[in-house]
Ligand binder design. Sequence first.
Ligand SMILES: [Zn+2]
Length: 132
Amino acid sequence: MTFGNWDASIHSKTDQIKRINTSKQIKSKNVVDLDAQCQTARISGSSGELYEVTLDHCTCFDFDAKRGPCKHIYKLADEMGLLPPQPTLNAEKAETFKQSIPAEIERFKQEYLAGAISADKFIKIANALNSK
Ligand SMILES: [Zn+2]
């Protein structure tokens, strides 16, 4: 499932997962002038600026710089029920992953000790793995 002219594979790239996640923080009240027929909206940004959004284009800086779906495009798609379903946490899978964390941290520690990654990167990974 996709929307606009985007290849569905783009939505599973790490940077796009970040944008989809960020789009969930945009409040529906910030989506103004939603035109379901034309599949357009204006979405107000955090400092009040108003972006013109279609499923293929947005007037924000991120879209201009990356030429890929920005958080506003994802928000419009979500409002229209076109956003592909996102994975939900599965308790059983989460528990299995949790039990693998010490081994994962050990693996990255070995990379750090071998000089493959910096102490800073190792600590960030370990902290991320230990966070909720
Ligand atoms: Zn945008």
